[in-house]
Design a protein around this ligand. Structure first.
Ligand code: MLT
Length: 237
C-alpha cells in the first residue's frame, strides 16, 4: 500500500524522504490558491522562483511578474498575491513568473528529490485526491507554513487530503495524524477555526477581506496542477 505523510513546514523537509514520491505543496494563504485559480482561469503556465530579481529577468522576457513580500505587491510587478489577480482578463493566456515568501520556496525545495511536484489548495482538494489515487505512488504533503513555522491553514489542508485518502493510503507519521485530528475538529467551520491562525491575522485586511474566504472554498475547481519538465506549473489533468 502506498503511504501518505505530512511535512509541517518547508524547513522540516530534510526529515522526509521524497525520492520516488509525489510531493503535494500547499500554501492555502495564498500562493497555491493563486496558482490553482490562475491555471483554472486560463493562465498558460506559472514559473515559481525564489528571488525577486529572477522574476524581473523573466518579466523582461514577456512573463507577467506576480507574488509578494510581506504579503504586499512587489514594486514593478504586474500581479500581487491575491487569487483574484490571477483571474484577471489580462493574465489569461499569459505566462506568469511568481515569487512568494514561503510557497514558491517550498516548491523549489520539493522539486530537488521528488518524482513529481503538485500544488494544491482547498479549491482543488478532490481533483488532487483522485489524481493521487490513480498514480499508485507514495505521497508527501509539504505545508509551506510561515518562515519555518507550521501554518494552521496548511495543516488543515493536509488533514483534509489525508481524510480523503485514508482508505487508500497508509497514513504515516505523527504529523499526519496531528493534521488529520486538527481537520476533524475544524472541518465544519474552517473560517471560524482559523480565526486563531497567525497568517489570517496578517492577511485579514488585504483585498477587501475577500481572499481568506475564497481560499477556504472546497472543490471550486476540477483541475490538477503540477510542475512540468521545464519547471513551470501547468494543468496536468
Ligand atoms: C507565502 O508564500 O508566504 C504566501 O503566499 C504569502 C501571502 O499569502 O501573501
Amino acid at each position: 500500500m502506498s503511504s501518505l505523510e505530512i511535512c509541517l513546514s518547508h524547513e522540516l523537509i530534510h526529515q522526509h524522504d521524497l525520492k520516488n514520491k509525489i510531493v503535494v505543496v500547499t500554501d492555502v494563504f495564498r500562493a497555491t490558491s493563486c496558482i490553482v485559480a490562475g491555471i483554472q482561469h486560463g493562465i498558460e503556465a506559472i514559473k515559481p522562483v525564489i528571488e525577486v530579481e529572477v522574476c524581473r529577468e523573466y518579466q523582461s522576457k514577456g512573463y507577467l511578474a506576480g507574488g509578494e513580500r510581506h504579503a504586499l505587491m512587489i514594486e514593478g510587478f504586474d500581479l500581487d498575491n491575491s487569487p483574484f489577480s490571477y483571474m484577471k482578463p489580462e493574465a489569461i493566456g499569459k505566462k506568469v513568473v511568481m515569487t512568494t515568501t514561503n510557497g514558491t520556496l517550498a516548491i523549489d525545495k520539493s522539486k530537488q528529490d521528488a518524482d513529481q511536484v503538485l500544488v494544491a489548495s482547498f479549491s482543488n482538494l478532490s481533483a488532487t485526491a483522485n489524481y493521487l489515487k490513480s498514480q499508485g505512488q507514495s505521497v508527501v504533503v509539504v505545508c509551506a507554513g510561515w518562515k519555518g513555522h507550521p501554518g494552521l491553514e496548511d495543516v488543515l489542508f493536509g488533514g483534509a487530503l489525508a481524510k480523503s485518502l485514508e482508505n487508500t493510503f497508509e497514513l504515516e507519521g505523527d504529523s499526519t495524524h496531528l493534521a488529520l485530528s486538527t481537520y476533524t475538529v475544524a472541518e465544519n467551520n474552517l473560517l471560524d477555526y482559523l480565526q486563531r491562525a497567525s497568517h489570517l491575522k496578517r492577511l485579514k485586511n488585504l483585498s477587501g477581506g475577500k481572499d481568506i474566504p475564497f481560499c477556504l472554498e472546497i472543490d471550486l475547481y476540477d483541475v490538477v496542477v503540477g510542475l512540468n519538465t521545464v519547471g513551470e506549473l501547468v494543468k496536468l489533468a
